[in-house]
Design a protein around this ligand. Structure first.
Ligand code: GLU
Length: 512
């Protein structure tokens, strides 16, 4: 019987979700939806030292903003589900709330001879590390060293029983077999084999906090939650042999694995890091993040990106649809996505391309929708204007904008008259030669400002018919209308603000 597709995104709340993490969640989501399966969110928070307050909420809010909505793990309001129900049969989904589950699995491995109890203190392990370093070597807890360390493989049975009973700083370690080659398959990378001689005896469970480590909790929960495919970042590939061996030791059916390529910096071949955004001037986080220390990192949302544009851009960072198509709605992504078309090598992030996507999505939106969004920006600048007017403005300047905010920065003068003028432009264009022309134009415009002007008066022809120097006079007029000699075409501005307002602005410049 084929199993129902169930995939999960399993973030650790150690900070804000980097765009690479959002891409992992997205690919899981697309995969699940395409197969008519379930997409689950599980919070892997067993490492209390790395827990960052607010990170879990951030992750969930970021995914919601992107339209990546889980079937299980998080409720409709965006809270991690704490109690089992029909829709959320595997709750709780926070590993810290599942702590009671894992010990028996760790013990089961010890009983089966796949793991052992280790009693080494952190001081003695530090001493081992230092001694190895002094010899230019690295200490590894593995088949070569475990035979001389303090664990249930070396200590007498009674001593082990006593230590288990009386002490609390012991751990359960996986007994990595020596001299085995683990043969693995990855949907993206194909066949991989790794010699276990290179691997260490990872800690699986800690008596001190009665918590599992990532490896044990991850495997146990993937099994209990009936996960069919594990789709995660390349940084987890080195853990794959251990995970394979854990499935084998438990005798459980293994999910299939797909390790996604890294996201690379725009220049060079380095991995895109959390710090790059601030250094290079683009966001690496979906939403703005303020760390508990008060440090702020910019976010795509606050920088004015549409979530659809961000998602579309991310989808193509690593996945190649195999056609020329670049613009995909979420529904189209669900249909077209395939793990087989995800590349092995790192995907270079291009911030200019991110802007390109936003521009494309901005153009695809109706003037009415953009006017609604722009009205919010205007309100933030203390401006209110009739919706029909905002819509008209948007229609005229849409092609020049990447973000809704650009409507304002490009042409605030379509809503507020300039109160000051660029001095060097005043010096250049408000001259004894142009002043009388402006006075005349102001009057002429007023004569065209009846209650229902038929059409926008044609200033250019008027200037030409009067035989005035075209460039100089037009620039002087633009200066009056916008505050500087640059900006939209005068005719466009006039068609929006109307002749009466234009006339008023010219008089204001003449009298300023
Ligand atoms: N908790 C791990 C992380 O933070 C999950 C890795 C996995 O998906 O197995 O990325």
């Amino acid at each position: 019987m084929t199993r129902r597709t169930r995939v999960r995104f399993a973030p650790s709340p150690t900070g804000p979700l980097h765009m690479g993490g959002v891409r992992t969640a997205l690919y899981n989501y697309l995969y699940a939806k395409q197969k008519g399966g379930d997409f689950i969110i599980r919070i892997e928070d067993t490492d209390s030292h790395r827990f960052v307050p607010g990170a879990e909420q951030y992750i969930i809010e970021a995914l919601r903003w992107c339209g990546i909505i889980p079937d299980e793990g998080v409720d409709a309001e965006g809270h991690v589900v704490e109690e089992a129900s029909e829709r959320h049969p595997h709750a709780p989904y926070r590993q810290s709330q599942r702590r009671g589950i894992y010990r028996k699995y760790a013990e089961q491995l010890v009983q089966g001879g796949f793991a052992y109890y280790a009693f080494d203190s952190s001081e003695s392990l530090d001493a081992e590390r230092k001694a190895a370093e002094a010899k230019g070597q690295t200490f590894i807890y593995n088949w070569q060293t475990r035979g001389r360390l303090r664990n249930s493989l070396t200590l007498p049975v009674e001593e082990v029983a006593r230590l288990l009973e009386e002490t609390t700083d012991w751990t359960v370690r996986f007994k990595m077999p020596e001299g085995r080659v683990v043969e693995m398959d990855d949907i993206i990378r194909g066949h991989i084999s790794v010699d276990t001689a290179t691997l260490d005896d990872k800690v699986l469970w800690k008596r001190a906090d009665e918590l599992p480590t990532y490896h044990l909790a991850n495997i146990v929960d993937d099994h209990l939650m009936e996960i069919t495919e594990v789709i995660r970042g390349e940084e987890w590939l080195p853990s794959l042999p251990l995970h394979y061996l854990l499935y084998e030791a438990f005798g459980w059916e293994r999910p299939a694995f797909a390790h996604l390529p890294l996201l690379l910096k725009p220049v060079g071949n380095g991995k895109l890091s959390k710090r790059d955004g601030d250094k290079m001037g683009f966001p690496v986080f979906p939403l703005r993040w303020v760390s508990p220390e008060g440090e702020t990192s910019r976010g795509y949302r606050e920088d004015g990106y549409f979530p659809e544009a961000f998602v579309n851009m991310l989808a193509l960072l690593g996945w190649n649809p195999g056609t020329e198509q670049e613009i995909f709605s979420m529904a189209e992504l669900i249909e077209a996505f395939s793990l087989e078309k995800v590349g092995k090598s790192g995907a270079k992030f291009n911030p200019e391309k991110a802007k390109w996507f936003n521009r494309e999505y901005l153009r695809m939106k109706s003037d009415a929708e953009l006017a609604g969004l722009y009205s919010e920006v205007l309100a933030a600048h203390g401006v209110s204007a009739p919706p029909e007017y905002v819509e008209k403005v948007v229609g005229v300047i849409k092609d020049r904008a990447t973000f809704v905010e650009d409507f304002w920065t490009a042409a605030p003068y379509l809503f507020v008259a300039p109160s000051g003028f660029v001095e060097k432009d005043v010096a250049k264009f408000l001259t004894p030669e142009t002043t009388p022309c402006l006075t005349e134009v102001a009057d002429w415009l007023n004569s065209h400002s009846g209650p229902h002007p038929e059409s926008t008066p044609d200033i250019e022809s008027h200037v030409r018919d009067n035989g005035w120097p075209m460039g100089k006079v037009m620039n002087a007029i633009r200066l009056a209308l916008t505050g500087s000699a640059s900006g939209l075409g005068i005719h466009e501005i006039l068609s929006l603000i109307g002749p009466a307002e234009a006339s008023r602005r010219i008089s204001y410049l003449l009298n300023h």
